[in-house]
Every structure is written in structure tokens, then in C-alpha cells.
Ligand binder design. Structure first.
Ligand code: GUN
Length: 714
């Protein structure tokens, strides 16, 4: 069969490789390279029963489905299908040009108790009919089985792996994960299957859970499977196809779905929507639009003959499914997948339960790989404070107050008083800047902090996304909105905990002052006088507002050096008084220079700090200088082999496959240095994945290099 022009077979050497082009936490946008086509993920493979084609595969292709799944056992059992598939291939049998995955008969074994085909025979058959991705005969682990039985299903599936892989030859093979609802078994199964050369890992045995809406257990299963899986292979969820579940599953790193839901629901006269299913009976209007239903009405569809109606509803269900997949993909790219998770969680109580469980049990690794600081507004929502991005922002924001006050006098962190402003939205340099400067000028031991609905942030980092760019109604910034003004004297333990987490040393509660930023300046002075004592007149005479302003500017940059380079305080603080600034037209620091050399640029859009190549050299030198008496930590670094060295020196990105190691745990979206094996700096850039993915993946960009140091002799 002629493949239409749109299919793009993989390049030689890329067969079976999975490339990830965008990530958000565990969610990923990828490409699975197969010999038929490059399959964009996440995607759904509609289940095609070769005996009952409710919607023809060629029509699915036209609708945009680049892959489908069918059952090799069904083909094997039916002589006519078998003969056709063996002689002309499965693509010809189904009249479908895209990627074809086949299942092995495991599901039939689960439903009927037995199958006639042998475990190795069914894999050989799949290879012989030319499928793109075959499936070994795994042992279906039912959730009602005992722990011992499930452990045996896991072990037996793994035992069958080597023979199945041999029978598959060059054909890509699915290595399913079993283990019922036991996290230990799922994780063990994932580790066992990851140890073999499978191309894709489906998570199996979940259909009975889906049928009973046991979504919390589904989520637990995905998390524990992911914990044991090697990251560079796509993860498939066997038998999950309700669009309502896509966002949460995709947020947890599922790349492939398959489902017969589109046809099964159609047969039951039900329509899929991204928020649930709707019965055709009784409908006067369409609750969910699709191009399929555009020229008809529920009444007309009810009056159709059964077959015609089922096909039409199946088409609609496919269209809705596809558009939800696209919505999810775009949400991953936009960093919005968790907002979609939240929205969908409100569609179904069991899904809400699963989502809340997930917030309570967010995997550390997922949080670490979430990019906290990026351009754009952050819409407040009920779940926002619990979402991975906010959890990440709080952990990532390392901070310590300077060891000197604005007059350059030593000032122990223990002696500081913390002044938490609340009840004002940003930009705080404009809304509360005046109060902060006036107060600190009088009481130099003050450390101003800002209360935001996603956490407390130091005033020196007032422009940092996401804290600075969260938007929502004013009352969210008001600490007393729920509990009244008394809170200011008896602060909520949660708020105290936040301050304690942020501040590097234990602070006596009496040293924390909460203040309504809408009160007049005189009130602030009264409060400070009462709790600290009169303002220091000497200090007043010896400093100006401009001194205080310069102090915050300088130490704000210091805070950002710590956050964006991971250098320890001792490695950069001596340079802070020597920094020079080039200011923007609006009076913010644009470029940061040291000894006349431009080291950093402040990103005015998200409050981040970008390194120049000289900045990378400065950081590298400070992070590795043995002569310094302090113990500087190293900026996260990626070490490449000699093949990659000349390319990185020229500013070309680091590709997977050329990395020999990492230092300081680079994380997705964060700046890193690129070094050779001798530890010499080659360039710097932004990590596209974390350090485990860096080593595991074989294709794609690992570090988007921003600049290289030039050729060795330059
Ligand atoms: N289809 C639905 N669940 C499963 C499973 O656990 N294994 C296989 N092979 N196919 C499935």
C-alpha cells in the first residue's frame, strides 16, 4: 500500500527512539520515532476491532489520528483476516497508513479465562504482519487478586520478557507494567520491565478500576509506575480513553492512551464530552459541539437507524477525544496543564478525590522538574497554592538576608526584625516601595517581606514570577480577610511556618511584625516604635532614601545570583558592593557589571537573571576556585564528551547521547554550565530536562545552549 505523503518514517538509527520537545513537571510533549511515522505524543490510539469497523481506520486518519491499536489475537483467530494480514500486512488489512500498535490477547485471557495462541507465537505473528508496535503476552493483574497472586503476575510477565523481545526482533515491543493497586508491586514491575529492551511501557490491569471510577487508585498506580520506569520510553495507559481523565494522566507523564470508549459509548447512545458523558435520550440541544454534529439535531440523530446513529456518535466521540488531546498538549506547552487538571477535577467527585490525593502526595521529582519562574500572569484558582509550580517556587527560592545593613554595618540574621506587608498587590516596588524605604531608613534591622496568596516573598525579590504575577481579587492578599484583624497579633501557624521556611534561622514570633500596607505611613511608624523602639536618629542623619534604594537593588541582585546560579553566599557576597548597574528607563536594574564586565541581565518580564558568557565564566571561576577560603557550591553543570565539545564552544545545543555526567543536579528550565571532562567551561544554557533524563534519553536537545566560549585557541 502506498503511504500518503504526510507520513514521515523515522531516520535510520532513530527507530524506537522517543524524543521529548517540551516538558512541564512530568508532562511531556514528544515524538515516538517509528518506521511508519513520527507519532506526536501525548496521543490517543483508537481501538479498532477488525471485525466491526464502527468508524473506518482511513476515516480516523483523515480526522487526525496518526496511530491506532488493534488486537493481533482477533486477527490471528479469524482465518480470512490472518491470511490477509500475513500476505499483505496489517496496514493493508486495515487500510490505514499511520502507526499501528497491536495488543496480544492478554485482555481476552482476562475476559474469557484462556486464549489459544502461545506467548511467543503471538509476538512472532505481530512481527510477521508488520505492526509498528507489538505487545508481549503479559499476565493481567486484577485488582481483586491477592498480593501474592499479583506479585506472581508481575514476575511471570517479566519472565516472559526476554523470549518476547527475541521473537519481536526489530519490531518495537510493549512491555506492560502490572501489580494491581499495590504501589510496591507497580514500582517493582516498572523496574523489572525497564531493565529489558522494550520500546514502550503500557500500564496494564487498570480497566476494572476505570469501570468503577476508582480514579484515586489509578493516580497512585501511575505515580508508582513512573517512579520505577526508565524515563526515556513512552508510557501508555492500557484501556483509558475518557477525555475527562487526560489532563491528570498527562500531568503525570502518560504519553499514550488507547480506548474503545468512543465506540462503546456510541453503542450505548452516549456522547463523550471533556467533562463527562451525556445520554442522547432527552437531549434538545448538543451540550458539546463538534463538526460531526453541526448540521443535525439530537432529535434527528435519535430517529436514525441504529448503525447510522452509532457511527455518527462514534465519530463525534472521536472528534471530542482528539480535541481534548490537543487542548492538553497546548496546555503542557503553555505551562497550564495543572489548571486543566483542576478544572476537570470538578467534573466528577472521584476525579476530585484523586486530584486532592495527588496534591497531598506530589512526587518530589515532579515538583523539581516544574519550571517555577516564567513569563506570564498566573491566574489564581482554588488549587493554585497546592500546584507543583507553587511548591517548586517556594523550594527553589533560596534566600538569606544580607549580613550588613544599608549603612554597611554588620547585622546578624538573628537580630533582624521581620516586617510582613499584606493587603496590597504588586508591583510592590510601586505600591509599597515608599513605605519600605522609609521604614528601613529609620529601623535598619528590618527585613521587609510580602504576603501573597501563594506564599511569602522577600521585598528584595518583589518582581519574581510567579509571586509577582499572580492575579486575582484583592482580598486574597489580605491576611485578615478570613479571620479578622486579630490575626495580626496572633498569626496563623501556617503563615508563621511559611516565614520560618523562608528565613534561614529560627525567628522568635515576637520578631515578626505583620502590617496592613494600606495603613498610613504614620501608623507603620507607630507600630514599629512600639515593637522595636524609637528610630535611630544617627542612622537617619547618615543615610538617604537613595542609599536604602541602592541597598535593596544590590542585595536583590545578590538574591537572584543565589537562585539562578546556586553559588553559595560566601562565593558572591564580597562582589556585591562592587557591582555596577545599567538601569532601564523605568528605573530597574537591566545589566549587572563587575570590573566593567557585563555578567548578568535582569529579565524585566519574569524577574529572572540571565547570564552572559562572561557571567558564566565568573560563576564557573567562583564555583571552582580552590584558593577561596569558603566552600562555594557548583552551579548545576552538564559534562559532555569530546565529540560535542567543539559544537558547544560554538554555541550549539547539547544533544542527548553526548553527555557523560552532571554536577549539582540540573533541573528542567534552569540555567546550567556546560563543561568538558577536564572541568573546563564550554558554554552555558538552559537545561531542557533534569539530570536523570539527561543521561537516559538518546535523542533530542538536553541543554539549549545560549552561548559558547569559542574555540580552544581563541
Ligand atoms: N488491555 C487492557 N488492559 C490490558 C493489559 O493489562 N494488558 C494487555 N496486554 N492489554 C490490555
Amino acid at each position: 500500500m502506498e503511504l500518503p505523503e504526510e507520513t514521515e518514517p523515522c531516520k535510520e538509527g532513530d527507530h524506537g527512539k522517543f524524543e521529548v520537545t517540551d516538558r512541564d513537571g512530568w508532562a511531556r510533549i514528544g515524538i515516538l520515532h517509528t518506521s511508519t511515522d513520527m507519532l506526536d505524543t501525548p496521543t490517543l490510539l483508537p481501538v479498532v476491532n477488525p471485525n466491526i469497523l464502527t468508524v473506518k481506520p482511513s476515516e480516523m486518519w483523515d480526522m487526525g489520528f496518526r496511530g491506532l491499536i488493534t488486537n493481533s489475537y482477533v486477527i490471528w483467530k479469524h482465518e480470512k483476516l490472518k491470511e490477509h494480514a500475513l500476505s499483505r500486512g496489517v496496514h493493508d488489512l486495515l487500510d490505514y497508513p499511520g502507526v499501528i500498535m497491536t495488543d496480544s490477547g492478554t485482555f481476552q485471557q482476562y475476559i474469557y479465562g484462556d486464549v489459544e495462541v502461545g506467548e511467543v507465537e503471538v509476538v512472532e505473528f505481530q512481527r510477521n504482519i508488520g505492526v509498528d508496535i507489538a505487545t508481549m503476552m503479559d499476565v493481567f493483574g486484577r485488582p481483586d487478586m491477592s498480593f501474592e497472586e499479583l506479585a506472581e503476575a508481575v514476575a511471570e510477565t517479566a519472565r516472559r520478557g526476554p523470549a518476547a523481545l527475541e521473537a519481536a526482533g526489530a519490531t518495537l515491543l510493549n512491555g506492560p507494567i502490572q501489580g494491581g493497586t499495590h504501589s510496591v508491586l507497580r514500582e517493582a514491575s516498572a523496574r523489572l520491565m525497564s531493565g529489558m529492551d522494550f520500546a514502550v511501557h503500557p500500564i496494564g490491569g487498570i480497566v476494572p478500576l476505570m469501570e468503577n471510577q476508582r480514579y484515586r487508585e489509578l493516580v497512585e498506580i501511575i505515580v508508582s509506575s513512573k517512579n520505577g520506569l526508565t524515563p526515556e520510553r513512552p508510557v501508555h495507559l492500557f484501556g483509558c480513553g475518557h477525555p475527562m481523565l487526560f489532563p491528570i494522566c498527562i500531568a503525570l507523564g502518560v504519553d499514550l492512551f488507547d480506548s474503545a470508549a468512543y465506540a462503546l459509548f456510541a453503542k450505548d447512545n452516549r456522547l463523550l464530552t471533556p467533562t463527562g458523558t451525556v445520554k442522547l435520550d432527552g437531549l434538545k440541544e448538543w451540550p458539546e459541539d463538534s463538526w460531526v454534529l453541526r448540521n443535525t439535531t439530537p432529535k434527528k440523530v435519535r430517529e436514525m437507524a441504529d448503525d447510522e446513529r452509532h457511527t455518527l456518535l462514534a465519530r463525534h466521540n472521536l472528534a471530542v477525544t482528539n480535541s481534548e488531546i490537543h487542548r492538553c498538549r497546548q496546555a503542557v506547552r503553555d505551562g497550564e496543564i495543572w489548571h486543566l487538571v483542576e478544572k476537570r477535577s470538578h467534573c466528577n467527585p472521584y476525579l476530585r478525590e484523586a486530584t486532592v490525593w495527588l496534591y497531598d502526595n506530589l512526587p518530589d521529582e515532579l515538583v523539581h522538574n516544574t519550571v517555577a519562574c516564567r513569563v506570564g500572569g498566573v491566574q489564581w484558582s482554588q488549587d493554585l497554592p497546592r500546584q507543583p509550580r507553587v511548591a517548586r517556587a517556594k523550594r527553589w527560592m533560596t534566600w538569606r538576608p544580607p549580613h550588613v545593613d544599608h549603612l554597611g554595618r554588620d547585622c546578624d540574621v538573628e537580630d533582624r526584625r521581620l516586617l510582613v506587608f499584606h493587603n496590597r498587590q504588586g508591583p510592590w516596588r510601586e505600591t509599597i516601595g515608599h513605605q519600605v524605604l522609609e521604614a528601613v531608613r529609620r529601623w535598619p534591622q528590618l527585613v521587609p517581606l510580602i504576603y501573597t496568596p501563594i506564599g511569602i516573598v522577600p521585598f528584595s525579590l518583589e518582581d519574581l514570577n510567579p509571586f509577582a504575577h499572580t492575579f486575582g481579587p484583592n482580598h486574597l492578599w489580605d491576611l485578615t480577610a478570613d479571620v479578622g484583624p486579630l490575626l495580626l497579633d496572633h498569626p496563623n501557624p501556617e503563615i508563621i511556618e511559611q516565614v520560618e521556611n523562608l528565613y534561614p534561622v529560627e525567628v522568635p514570633i515576637g520578631n515578626i511584625i505583620f502590617h496592613d500596607a494600606n495603613a498610613p505611613l504614620e501608623t507603620l511608624f507607630e507600630v514599629l516604635e512600639q515593637s522595636i523602639g524609637p528610630a535611630d536618629q544617627d542612622v537617619m542623619e547618615n543615610s538617604t532614601i537613595a542609599d536604602v534604594q541602592d541597598y535593596f537593588r544590590r542585595w536583590g541582585i545578590a538574591d537572584k545570583i543565589a537562585i539562578f546560579t546556586h553559588l553559595q553566599y560566601g562565593a558572591y557576597h564580597p562582589a556585591i558592593p562592587e557591582l555596577e548597574f545599567v538601569m532601564s528607563r523605568t528605573g530597574r536594574v537591566n545589566n549587572v557589571l563587575h570590573d566593567g564586565v557585563h555578567l548578568f541581565s535582569q529579565r524585566l518580564t519574569d524577574g529572572g537573571l540571565s547570564l552572559t558568557i562572561d557571567g558564566a565564566k565568573w560563576v564557573h571561576e567562583r564555583g571552582t576556585n580552590d584558593e577561596l577560603e569558603w566552600n562555594p557550591s557548583m552551579m548545576p553543570s552538564v559534562i559532555v564528551n569530546s565529540d560535542a565539545e567543539p559544537f558547544v564552544r560554538q554555541g550549539r545545543s547539547v544533544m542527548h547521547g553526548f553527555i557523560v555526567g552532571t554536577e549539582g543536579e540540573p533541573q528542567t528550565g534552569t540555567p546550567c554550565l556546560v563543561l568538558n571532562e577536564a572541568g573546563e567551561l564550554l558554554g552555558h544554557g538552559i537545561a531542557r530536562c533534569d539530570y536523570t533524563d539527561m543521561m537516559a534519553f538518546r535523542k533530542g536537545i538536553a541543554v539549549k545552549v545560549k552561548d559558547g566560549v569559542g574555540d580552544a585557541g581563541d
